[in-house]
Design a protein around this ligand. Sequence first.
Ligand SMILES: C[S@@+](CC[C@H](N)C(=O)[O-])C[C@H]1O[C@@H](n2cnc3c(N)ncnc32)[C@H](O)[C@@H]1O
Length: 189
Amino acid sequence: MEVLSRIIRKNGSILEIGSGSGEHGVAFQKRFPEIVWQTSDPDLIHRKSISSWIKYEELNNKMPQPITLNVENIPWKIPLKLVDSLQGIVSINMIHVARWTSTIALFRESGRLLNKGQYLILYGPFKICNKHTSLSNSLFDNSLKMQNELWGVRNLEEVSLEAEKNGFYQEDKISMPANNFSIIYRKLS
Ligand SMILES: C[S@@+](CC[C@H](N)C(=O)[O-])C[C@H]1O[C@@H](n2cnc3c(N)ncnc32)[C@H](O)[C@@H]1O
């Protein structure tokens, strides 16, 4: 929240990729009532959960229903109203539970949609210089790979290289609790 409150402008929309249950999404919408928090997920069960959270928190008049979005389905089909009002994209705990090609697609489409100065924020565990930052992250990485050999904690330098290929620079790397990081990428042009 604190990281977002430093970055979010008081207008427009934010697209959240891989919103999961939606619990974070509704919390962000409540914390930032001036903006529109647009959740998304490729999974129907998650989208139903997000809708339930929106209803439970009585945000129906403020917060749009989740959209179906798998980052690998390019070009993303997102409402024009959202494209026009977009100020940034946020993805929490997504890129390590998806194939590497999802990270590539995430930056490619974000680079196409966002304008100069706008941001893409990633939150989650990362390896730094190809090394885990904690034993727990290393064990977590192994457990991810046991579930799906294409998943895994990503190396920050490789992620940031994808960012650069698509017109972003890594503006900040903020240490978060439980050996996670918030990585702020800013569009250069
Ligand atoms: C570990 S969950 C994180 C959910 C939520 N952001 C959180 O932190 O609680 C990962 C989410 O990423 C979504 N996801 C996986 N692959 C994706 C893809 N290719 N495109 C978009 N979302 C994806 C999953 O459906 C799931 O909801």
